[in-house]
Design a protein around this ligand. Structure first.
Ligand code: NAD
Length: 452
């Protein structure tokens, strides 16, 4: 099939290359000229394992092309996926400006039946608005208000890939959700995904949009739940890792997303939770459960900072080493990474920060001021008064802790991801603090104190 993808970011590029891989002819469009120029020069603007190799392969086979010209892409395509950004507004609403712009632009270039597919994460009922925008823009062009000149359908096909394992997730999905209002749209989308042989859930537009809201918010809730449990673990001397293990074997619960840490970040969970709360508010329902999920997430960062302040005693003038900046491992994505908030607060209190991340430092430079970005993990800990582990990159597991101990001024580690085996650090003479590991117990006065 001929497929156009509008928006060539994390989702658009992965969707494009995977659809080319399963046999379609794909045009990835973006209005960022620099991005298209780079892609056409064989340079991939983001880091995602396996993506570069696949892009090179399918460009060579001419199954994947990059273009700035939406008009040509729309004319050639049977199916058009919209994968532009839907960032948060200040009030938490999803900003759908790019969606509206793209819908109107597609409409202006349509000359035959097209299926428009929402790939971006959008609030329920966006599909209806896209349909209206397309209809209005078609009509105005032809001068026949209310009488679309060409037929089209709008469908929802939310994306569930995770950055860092996006290609694997796209190729082997747990399910593919298709929200449609016509048999024709369903048939076309089934055909697009036929080679994947995946379970397909077919429903109407609004339900498909709701599935994405509900799924992301549920995962965020799982993270906040275990983080809240971790808080209590610290106070009663329990270990959240064992608690999560014991809970996770229960099939009704599952172990995934029960990793206590510094809270969720990234380009999806914070904005999608905000957007769902706003959607519920506007529909007349006060989604207090989700508001608490968000609150616990913010508290988790504050509590980590508090732990560092407490153990480091004086922050002003101290050198703090940071391993990991990206919002999660195996990506260079810094959008709403927890590291940003943590570093900014400690800097404001007078700390010097020296950081290392295997892939995200280029993006981090745009976000953080006065951070010393280091060539490797050893350079980052040089003369440091403590080390914060903020992203769980595998390469940190191979580090020589004897060398690290020798380089640091004070051997104190705050593991914001519970990534390391505590014993390995303590055996090397470090003071180690994880999240909810029972390291911090509460005395009878209610004041947090270090556990002996
Ligand atoms: P992104 O910012 O990486 O990419 C969006 C792209 O759209 C950018 O390259 C931008 O230049 C382009 N764009 C904007 N307006 C355009 C226009 N008028 N014409 C052509 N291109 C235009 O965003 P992303 O991370 O790929 O996310 C895209 C959507 O997918 C969002 O709604 C997001 O919530 C959702 N999503 C993201 C992920 C993820 O892990 N990143 C996972 C699932 C769903």
């Amino acid at each position: 099939m001929n497929i156009a993808i509008i928006g060539s970011g994390y989702v658009g590029l992965v969707t494009g290359v995977c659809l080319a891989h399963i046999g379609h002819h794909v045009v990835c469009v973006d209005n960022d000229r620099e991005k298209i120029k780079k892609l056409n020069a064989g340079k991939v603007p983001i880091y995602e394992p396996g993506l570069e190799e696949m892009i090179l392969k399918y460009r060579r086979m001419k199954r994947l092309v990059f273009s700035g010209a939406i008009a040509v892409a729309v004319k050639k395509a049977d199916v058009i996926f919209i994968a532009v950004g839907t960032p948060s507004k200040h009030n938490g609403d999803a900003d759908l400006t790019y969606i509206e712009n793209v819908a109107a632009e597609i409409a202006r270039h349509m000359d035959g039946y097209k299926l428009l597919v929402e790939k971006s994460t959008v609030p329920a009922q966006t599909g209806n608005r896209i349909e209206r925008t397309v209809r209005l823009n078609l009509s105005s062009k032809k001068g026949k208000p209310g009488h679309p000149a060409v037929e089209f359908d709008v469908a929802s096909n939310p994306e569930f890939l995770r950055e860092g394992s996006a290609i694997e997730d796209f190729m082997n999905p747990d399910r593919i959700v298709i929200g449609v209002e016509s048999a024709r749209a369903e048939k076309l989308l089934r055909e697009v995904y036929k080679p994947l042989k995946a379970r397909i859930v077919v429903t109407n537009l609004a339900s498909a949009e709701m599935i994405k809201h509900a799924a992301n918010s549920f995962l965020a809730a799982k993270i906040s739940f275990i983080n809240a449990v971790a808080q209590v673990c610290d106070r009663v001397g329990a270990d959240v890792l064992k608690v999560a293990e014991g809970m996770g074997y229960d099939k009704r619960i599952g172990r995934a997303f029960l990793n206590a840490g510094i809270g969720y970040g990234g380009s999806c969970f914070p904005k999608d939770v905000d957007a769902f709360i706003r959607l519920a508010d506007k529909s007349g329902y006060d989604f207090r459960l989700l508001k608490s999920v968000r609150e616990v997430n913010e508290q988790q960062k504050a509590s980590f900072i508090h732990l560092v302040e407490d153990k480091l005693w004086i922050i002003k003038g101290k050198t703090i080493a940071v391993w990991g900046l990206a919002f999660k491992a195996n990506t260079d994505d810094m959008r709403r990474a927890a590291s940003l908030d943590i570093i900014r607060v400690l800097q404001a209190e007078g700390a010097r920060v020296q950081a290392y991340d295997p892939k995200a430092m280029l993006n981090a430079r745009h976000e953080l001021k006065n951070v010393k970005f280091c060539a490797d993990a050893y350079a980052a800990v040089k003369a440091a008064d403590c080390l914060l582990v903020l992203t769980e990159w595998d390469e940190f597991l191979k580090i020589d802790l004897v060398k690290v101990r020798g380089l640091m001024r004070q051997p104190v580690v705050f593991d914001g991801r519970n990534f390391f085996d505590k014993k390995v650090f303590t055996d090397h003479g470090f003071e180690y603090y994880g999240i909810g590991r029972g390291d911090v117990a509460q005395n009878t006065t209610g004041v947090m104190c270090a556990k002996k």
